[in-house]
Design a protein around this ligand. Structure first.
Ligand code: GLN
Length: 484
């Protein structure tokens, strides 16, 4: 049995019934880690022994007929900004390099309750700020499909772990595209849930009005499984929604014939050229062949997305990151007096991109500039959100189709020197974070290269319509499989 290729949903079922040993299933991933982790560098922490103990415990329960849970005996990799009790949670930063939380994030608790096993913590851009994982202060992650290229970011470690077969499932976090963009670049599935769908309790905050935790997986069915486990109301996060969590797996294979899929014309402009455009056009063609109705729609405020995102995300980050003061937890340097302690700890602990964002965020919130930048960005955000609700409502859309990333995986250093170019990686994803609805990236036609470079198709849904986008993504995945 090729465990690494089996879906996690199926593996959990077999482990529950005792037809597959969790230890054996885990071992397949540990072997992939031994083979590939040295070159890929997806993880910051791996606890093989604890994972194996948990797997053996699961197997004992299974023999006694007592194994349960939708993730029964399945290992999960967790992005390193999601708290794990007793396991280091660094955010890819020097300032939290030795931080060990004493509690589990809600999503981690849910994974354990459903029988899942936390395999380790994955590398990321420092405090989730970046699109290539090059901003990690603690290590380099390479794209498993082409080691000379970045895995995307900021959840680059999670995407790379899944793409390299080192974990069947992973959690990432999204503020402006950090699950969908690395999923696109590594050729895996990544979903950003609706704002409020998944509790952020225990997620280290970057920009609280945008942050969401999302699943990464090798196939749509497994992304649906992990979303189902993590979604739902949590009294510890007041922004989490009461909205009922549907059974995402139940409708996954329903036909999509007759669904109305919008293509926003603003996304087909100058940002989308060459291979990215070809891949997208072919994907749209495939949906036409499947009997979906393709509808031209407009999101007129698209050109304000990146600047609006930059202002809101940095403003909130500058406030959220004020807690790293060298006193309560994290790195402490400097001794002379209070001011020296705080400024020295922050100077030594934060990397250049984080400092840039804190400075920008402080600037846009400054009393003389608040109206000109922050307030204006809030207004632009309302317009961007209205674009989506109008398009979904007036055009009676089931979903929208866009590319997930304007370009496939790029080489190390190619964009690192130019922050603006790096920010433009989010052109197709950040609007969804600002509007608060949901979207998924699913592997599409790759860019021709040697080896071919993955490109993701993004399927955007209205708020709390994860079920619909998962179903559309599943239909697309099947159509792609039939082609290869
Ligand atoms: N790449 C974006 C940024 O740098 C998005 C990051 C994210 O979603 N966490 O801010």
């Amino acid at each position: 049995m090729d465990s690494v290729r089996m879906t996690a949903a199926r593996a959990a079922g077999l482990i529950r019934s005792g037809d597959l040993k969790s230890a054996e299933y885990l071992d397949a991933f540990l072997k992939a880690i031994s083979d590939r982790e040295r070159e890929v560098g997806a993880f910051l922490t791996i606890d093989r022994a604890a994972a194996m103990r948990a797997a053996e415990e699961t197997d004992r329960s299974a023999s006694a007929g007592k194994a349960r849970g939708r993730l029964c005996g399945v290992p999960v990799a967790v992005k390193d900004n999601i708290c794990t009790a007793g396991m280091r949670t660094t955010c890819g930063s020097r300032i939290l390099e030795n931080f060990i939380p004493f509690y589990d994030a809600h999503v981690v608790k849910r994974i354990r309750e459903e029988g899942g096993i936390v395999l380790g913590k994955t590398n990321m851009d420092e405090f989730a700020m970046g699109s290539s994982t090059e901003n990690s202060a603690l290590g380099v992650t390479r794209n498993p499909r082409d080691l000379s290229r970045v895995p995307g970011g900021s959840s680059g470690g999670s995407a790379a772990a899944v793409a390299a077969g080192m974990a069947p499932l992973a959690l990432g976090s999204e503020t402006g595209g950090s699950v969908r963009q690395p999923a696109s670049l590594c050729g895996v599935v990544g979903l950003k849930p609706t704002y409020g769908r998944v509790s952020r309790y225990g997620l280290v905050a970057f920009a609280s009005s945008l942050d969401q935790i999302g699943p990464l997986a090798a196939c749509v069915e497994d992304a649906a499984l992990l979303l189902g486990v993590t979604a739902g109301r949590d009294s510890k996060d007041s922004t989490s929604s009461e909205e009922e969590v549907p059974d995402y797996a139940a409708s996954l294979d329903d036909p999509i014939c007759g669904l109305r899929l919008g293509v926003p014309r603003e996304y087909l402009g100058e940002c989308l050229k060459g291979d990215g455009r070809d891949s997208f056009d072919r994907a749209v063609g495939l949906f036409r062949d499947m009997g979906a109705e393709i509808v031209d729609v407009s999101l007129p405020h698209t050109r304000y997305v990146i600047s609006t995102y930059c202002i809101i995300a940095t403003a909130e980050a500058s406030s959220n990151l004020a807690r790293y003061d060298g006193m309560r937890y994290g790195l402490r340097t400097g001794e002379d007096d209070l001011e020296d302690l705080v400024s020295s700890s922050r100077t030594d602990g934060f990397g250049p991109e984080v400092k840039r964002r804190i400075i920008l965020g402080t600037f846009v919130l400054g009393s003389g500039y608040y109206d000109a930048f922050y307030l204006k960005a809030r207004k632009a955000r309302t317009l961007i959100r209205e674009d989506f609700s109008k398009a979904f409502g007036e055009s009676r859309l089931d979903a929208m189709l866009t590319p997930a990333s304007p370009v496939p995986a790029f080489r190390f250093g190619e964009k690192a020197g130019n922050p603006l170019e790096m920010y433009l990686c989010d052109v197709f994803t950040a609007a969804v974070n600002l509007a608060g609805n949901c979207a998924i990236s699913v592997p599409s036609f790759p860019a021709p290269a040697s080896p071919p470079l993955p490109l993701g198709l993004q399927i955007i849904g209205d708020a709390f319509r994860e079920q619909v986008i998962l179903r559309i993504a599943r239909a697309f995945e099947k159509a792609m499989e039939a082609k290869s």
